[in-house]
Design a protein around this ligand. Sequence first.
Ligand SMILES: [Zn+2]
Ligand SMILES: [Zn+2]
Length: 205
Amino acid sequence: MLIKTIPVGQLETNCYIVTDEATLKSAVIDPGDESSVILNYIETNNLTVEAIFLTHGHHDHWLGLDGVREGTGAPAYVHKADSFPAKERGSHMMFPADANIKYYAEGDVIKVGNLEFKVLETPGHSRGSVTLLCGDAMFSGDTLFRDSCGRTDFEGGDMATILKSLLRLSNLEGDYEVYPGHMGSSTLSRERSFNYYMNYARNNG
Ligand SMILES: [Zn+2]
Ligand SMILES: [Zn+2]
C-alpha cells in the first residue's frame, strides 16, 4: 500500500491517494480542492482510481470532487447523514448529493485492487463522519487529529458524541498509522498516550 498525501485548499485539507502497488488501483480520500493537482499525480503515476471516499460532508473535503470524478470516472461515497438531495436547500457544510453518489455506512467494506477499506461510523464532528480502516492505516477525517480532535460547534456536531467515537477508536485492537483530515499523521498508540480528548474519553467513558 502506497499513501500519497496532498494538502489542498485554503484549510489545507489532507487529500490521500491510496494505491495498491500490485495493480495500481487506487482510492482518493477527501478531494478537498485543487483537482488538477490530484489528477496530475494520478496520471503521472498511471493510477486507476476505483473509488473516491469522503470522510464527511464539509465542503473543505469535497470541493475538488467534481473534477476528480470527471477525470477518473470513479464512484464517490459519503455517509447519508452528511448529505442532502441536491434539489433541497442545504447548508454549505453538507454534501450536495446527486444521482451518482453512493452511500456507505457502518461495516461496509469496499475493495480497491487488493486493498479493503472498512467503514466505521464515528459521528461527533458531523453526524455522518466516518473513519476508514485499510490494513494498518486509519483515515480519521476530522474526528481524530494528532493531539486533538475536530470541532463540534458546527451544525450536527456534538462533544459527547465525538468523545464516544474517540473512545471507540482508542479501543480498537493493535496499532494504526493515523492519517487525519488536517495536519500531520500520527499513530493510534501515540494518540492513546498523548491525545487529551482521547484520554478524557477513556477516563470518563
Ligand atoms: Zn469537517
Ligand atoms: Zn476539515
